[in-house]
Design a protein around this ligand. Sequence first.
Ligand SMILES: N[C@@H](CCC(=O)N[C@@H](CS)C(=O)NCC(=O)O)C(=O)O
Length: 304
Amino acid sequence: MEIVLHHYPMSPFAELARVAHGLKDLDYRSVIIPSIMPKPGLVALTGGYARTPVLQIGADLYCDTAKIIDALEAHTPRPSLYPAPLGDLHRMLAGWAGAAQFTAHVGAALGSLPPGALPQAFIDDRKARFGLDMASLARATPHLASQAVTAATWLDAVLADGRAFVGGDAAGHADLAFYSNLWFVRGRAAGTPAEQAIAALPNLSAWYDRVAAFGHGRPVEASADDALALARAATPDLGEDVDASSGFTAGQRVKVRTDGSGDAPVEGQLLRLSPRGIAVVRDLDGGGHVVVNFPRLGQMVLPA
Ligand SMILES: N[C@@H](CCC(=O)N[C@@H](CS)C(=O)NCC(=O)O)C(=O)O
């Protein structure tokens, strides 16, 4: 079944997903989505989720890199992104990298840009959807930079025993999550004191180059229409797995809302709800249906 990655070049979470495709040496279709709303092609598939990236395998959609990595693991199990000895600890480390540390790295990088460097439409979009305020960000930038430098220094110390990756000989989800934050700082904040302090960490720099060497796999450009046609032609995984303790039942109509985002919730019929994830089935306008998958953490499920 064909893999489609919906993403845009500048997104750090998209970079995490791209390097996962590189590590697993995958062929895939690459659909470039807008970096701001509206995103009609993407929302036609997901029904509301508009964050970046989204993975599509036929008529199954995977929102959030946590779920995307699970889907790639199921599609191509080797090499695993949860290698021993850390195994699922990779998830916990990646969760930290993708939350407070994402804010620190990306905030420090965006906050150090000269005034006028970011398009006003981008600033307005992030303000409306995530409450971004450029004046507050400018004030917070030295603090955010200190948090990023501290995390980078910890990582450098972890790597000081000569291990190739965070958990030993094999790279995993945590490596990609730390890498994508640092990739954004390198790309957007080159020459700032924080970026220079990070670049001076020798173990970290060598590790960074090892992760970058995985590349992005083999993307072939495709359009939003191509992706929609692929979804219509495929049959999604309609398997049910709703935990009795969840208070919900399979078949019930629900809304799935991403915590901390002003984006529209995704409404559909519940298929799966457990610590393994959330899945709802929804009809596509014009025919066909898709299953939209989320990780359990970071998503609110409400009766529709
Ligand atoms: N927890 C999500 C976060 C995704 C996320 O916040 N991505 C950023 C871009 S790096 C985003 O969606 N920004 C708004 C947008 O692209 O419209 C994940 O792991 O995929």
